[in-house]
Design a binder for this molecule. Structure first.
Ligand SMILES: Nc1ncnc2c1ncn2[C@@H]1O[C@H](COP(=O)(O)OP(=O)(O)O)[C@@H](O)[C@H]1O
Ligand SMILES: [Mg+2]
Length: 325
């Protein structure tokens, strides 16, 4: 299952991602956490020291390795150099599983011990000006998109991505890669304006999008979100002293998180599960092809000097039964 947390900077994406991840770990569920936010803070929110967080490998720096591994023996992809962030898998490609060891995870993932279990964390690496462009060949988020497009994941295993709601994810199709997108919104006009923009992009692609209200203080806050977001509002979290204590460097055991916030995490998990049950691998594959053809035409062909449309394997459908070499 693939889950994204998106929203305005400061809304609480990283905080809620980290709480959600801790909740999954407490349930004994395998998790691959991915920090794809402009501000790389997920490691710290999961309790890493500054030093540990700074020494996480950057997926963006391992793009050639990622491409070479995923390309495998796919005859339609001539070289890793002609592989762009949207190049879809086909016959001969290598696929990823959430729970396995492979050269991509060896290079990019690190284990993080939480009080209730161990999860794995990958990080795109810090963003620069050039990363924020729409059609960036070396896109750091592109490393994540490639992995998601080559991932065969089941309902009992989670990939949780802390993500920026930027133009990069809309142009490439990254925003369509999730079983559930949680849009974290504070009860403010700015918070809900990011929701409206996301909803607009999401509409045509059947993206499952639910709003998680954060830092909701009172009935008036709740009313505001209900008015602005309607039925898309899934649940709200209030200010958390548990989070605040962690921010002070005095983390308490996860088991002592406020019951209401713990319950909200359960609501997120249930919504994600319901959405996973609707997953359609054929549509998922069609969408990656759609965005690949779009990116090929708008910049990829020119950039690589190849006809990237020919990378599409028309007979291939990603899924549990897709051949893994
Ligand atoms: N429910 C909450 N209770 C207390 N503090 C919170 C809560 N949600 C977020 N914060 C705090 O707000 C700040 C911004 O949150 P963060 O998760 O970093 O936002 P984002 O990742 O969306 O930029 C952080 O200092 C975080 O600790
Ligand atoms: Mg963040």
């Amino acid at each position: 299952m693939k889950i994204a947390f998106v929203g305005k900077g400061g809304s609480g994406k990283t905080t809620l991602s980290s709480l959600f991840i801790r909740g999954l770990a407490a349930d004994g569920t395998p998790v691959m956490a991915v920090d794809a936010d402009i501000n790389q803070h997920l490691g710290a929110a999961l309790g890493l020291t500054d030093e540990q967080a700074a020494s996480l490998p950057a997926m963006g720096a391992h793009l050639p390795l990622i491409k070479e591994y995923l390309r495998g023996g796919n005859a339609r992809i001539a070289s890793a150099e002609t592989m762009i962030k949207t190049t879809p898998p086909g016959a001969g490609s290598r696929l990823l599983r959430v729970v396995e060891d492979n050269p991509v995870y060896d290079a990019c993932a690190r284990e993080v011990r939480l009080d209730d279990g161990t999860i794995r964390l990958m990080a795109t690496g810090p963003f620069t000006e050039a990363d924020l462009g729409v059609a960036c060949y070396h896109s750091k988020v592109g490393a994540v998109e490639l992995c998601l497009n080559h991932l065969v994941d089941g309902p009992g295993e989670y990939v949780v991505v802390d993500m920026t709601a930027g133009s990069d994810s809309f142009a490439s199709g990254m925003f369509t890669r999730f079983d559930m997108t949680f849009l974290v919104a504070e009860p403010t006009r700015k918070g809900v304006s990011v929701y409206r923009q996301y909803k607009e992009y999401a509409r045509d692609f059947g993206v499952a999008l639910r709003v998680v209200g954060n830092k909701v203080q009172d009935e008036a806050d709740l009313e505001f979100l209900r008015d602005e977001v309607g039925d898309d509002l899934l649940v709200t979290l209030s200010h958390s002293d548990w989070v605040r204590a962690m921010e002070k460097g005095r983390p308490a055991p996860f088991a002592t998180l406020e019951p209401a916030n713990r319950e909200a995490l359960g609501t997120l998990k249930a919504a994600a599960l319901r959405s996973y049950e609707q997953r359609d691998w054929a549509r998922y594959t069609r969408q990656m092809v759609h965005f690949h053809l779009k990116n090929a035409e708008s910049w990829g062909n020119a950039r690589t000097g190849a006809d990237l449309a020919s990378q599409v394997d028309p007979a291939f459908v990603l899924g549990e039964t897709a051949a893994v070499p």
